[in-house]
Design a protein around this ligand. Structure first.
Ligand code: SGN
Ligand code: CA
Length: 536
């Protein structure tokens, strides 16, 4: 058990709450001396799993620049997303609220930009606020002095940006271009004001198109299969139903094979409607490349196509080949994200901004890199529930700290407001990470978290709606449309293969977790019964 810490400061606790998650840490900045308000650079990539970051112990890739943030700051080992999918994660980031409160439950919903968000509150407090990169919330950004965002998911090469209402296509590799824009924003800012800059990468989102300069990386590597790669989904019907197995990948669009080097497109890719047009979509994507880009592209992939054709792989061999191909391109995309993170850190070094700037690196959620035989996210299982999080702020955070406490994407908004000395609205459902990160005393910390995923049956990958609770040791999940419960003992079964919900030896735990889960739903105001009746 972890020791509970008591705060030296005054806390305002929402009526009847009494736990950290509903505790508003303090009304005013915890700095007693009137120091300059810190700048904030929040870098968020898309689908970057902890398993692919060397500071989280990955052996597959080196991410020296992201690791630098961890080394000079803090790494959160138990950082989780509350709804593991892109747009909902972003809406929670902005509002500090669960999906059922901010109205954005799945990727089809539109964000109501008239609601309270942390950028708006920072703006009021004198910050300049900016966002560059992926937005994905459908409505126009609000609360930003400037915004330059990709349209929808955006493209890996030569993307179209919406620059405050004007669309403009820019030639180049998107991860670099987003960073160019970020640096440009910093160069042109008003130096009298603190800034908050959100840098949201498209990469390493599907379909994993690397910068050609990284084509020579990982060619001779054989990535070990994750332990749960050949999961049989026993006693887990929702997992068995999900359409996101490595075997389901499109061999064209995802794995970059050309017509002629394979017989026919075999993957369902997670969306049966898309399957019929996938080869054309892939062709159109390649057609967007400039001649020079296309030349580099062909020089690399033509060789791979020829080798594939010759090998004539089938069954297990083909499946494992797909996994290796997936990993190569996914990791190559991350190399660019890491390098560009280094560019931003270098900028701060050069301008002498390190001390006064909070730098965060995270991803909108985790991702499967072959665990359970999958790619994609959505499930409350560890790999996609996890949300990598490292943060540096030399004025308050001791270098090399590692936090075991459970932190959530709900916590970002209150954290930024806290550092900026802005009152945290009671309606925000997260807790500031400032005291925890600064190793200061705090009242108590959450030892359980609540999760709710909604995108079914529409959209991609066929993952049943579910809610659940994760404690330090156990996880209880309810796939409510099929009324199937799952229980995992994370200590005994870290890969979540054995659903022990019906095991007689665990019935006391099941009963307790049910109670805790109900309490969390009440505390956060998630009226699940309504959701269930709507979806039937
Ligand atoms: C796209 C992807 C899906 C992915 C969703 C959501 N298909 O539709 O695989 O789950 O985005 O991702 S793709 O073939 O178009 O790449 S999210 O990160 O935006 O939520
Ligand atoms: Ca994502």
């Amino acid at each position: 058990m972890k020791k509970q810490k008591m705060s030296r400061r005054s806390f305002i606790t929402a009526a009847g709450a009494g736990t950290a998650a509903l505790t508003v840490p303090y009304l005013f900045s915890s700095c007693s001396s009137p120091r300059k308000k810190p700048n904030i650079i929040f870098i968020m990539s898309d689908d970057h799993a902890e398993q692919a970051m060397s500071c989280y112990g990955s052996k597959m890739i080196n991410t020296p620049n992201i690791d630098r943030i961890a080394r000079e700051g803090i790494l959160f080992k138990n950082s989780f997303v509350t709804n593991s999918i892109c747009a909902p994660s972003r809406a929670t980031l902005l509002t500090g609220k669960y999906s059922h409160k901010n109205g954005l439950r799945d990727n089809r919903d539109e964000f109501d930009g008239s609601q309270m968000t942390f950028p708006k509150l920072l703006q009021k407090a004198g910050y300049q606020t900016h966002i560059v990169g992926k937005w994905h919330l459908k409505t126009e950004p609000t609360g930003f002095d400037s915004w330059q965002v990709l349209i929808g998911q955006g493209d890996y090469y030569n993307p179209v940006f919406n620059e405050m209402g004007e669309e403009r296509q820019i030639t180049g590799y998107t991860t670099d271009l987003i960073t160019d824009k970020a640096i440009d924003v910093l160069d042109n800012r008003d130096p009298q004001k603190p800034f908050c800059l959100l840098v949201h990468h498209k990469a390493p989102h599907r379909n994993w198109m690397p910068d050609s300069k990284h084509f020579d990386k990982f060619n001779n590597v054989k990535f070990p299969l994750p332990e749960s790669f050949y999961d049989g989904y026993k006693n887990r019907p929702a997992a068995a139903e999900a359409d996101m197995r490595i075997d389901d990948m499109y061999i064209s669009f995802d794995l970059k094979l050309k017509k002629g080097s394979y017989d026919k497109e075999t993957g369902t890719g997670g969306n049966k409607n898309f399957a019929s047009q996938v080869e054309n979509t892939w062709q159109n994507t390649v057609n967007r490349l400039t001649d020079e880009q296309k030349k580099a592209w062909d020089a690399h992939y033509d060789k791979m196509n020829a080798e594939f054709k010759k090998a004539n792989l089938k069954g297990k061999e083909l499946l494992e080949w797909k996994y290796q191909r997936y990993m190569q391109d996914y990791l190559r995309c991350i190399l660019s994200v890491d390098e560009n993170t280094g560019r931003l850190l270098g900028y701060l070094d050069d301008k002498g901004l390190n001390e006064d700037t909070i730098v965060i690196y995270t991803s909108d959620q985790g991702f499967y890199l072959g665990e359970h035989g999958w790619f994609d996210k959505r499930f409350m299982y560890e790999e996609s529930l996890g949300m990598p999080l490292v943060m540096r702020y030399p004025r308050e955070i001791q270098a090399g700290r590692i936090a075991e406490e459970m932190v959530l994407n709900l916590d970002f908004a209150p954290t930024f407001l806290d550092y900026a000395g802005v009152q945290i609205p009671l309606e925000m459902q997260g807790t500031s990470l400032r005291s925890l990160a600064g190793n200061k005393m705090y009242e108590s910390w959450r030892t359980e978290m609540y999760y709710h995923y909604y995108e079914y049956p529409h959209g991609w990958h066929d993952v049943q709606m579910h809610y659940g609770i994760r404690t330090e040791r156990y996880k209880l999940i309810h796939f409510y449309n099929i009324d199937k419960w799952e229980l995992y003992d994370l200590q005994e079964d870290p890969h979540e293969i054995n659903n022990i919900y019906d095991d007689p030896a665990h019935q006391v735990i099941v009963r307790d977790l049910h109670k805790q889960l109900k309490n969390l739903q009440q505390k956060y105001g998630d009226k699940v019964e309504q959701q269930i009746s709507k979806s039937h």
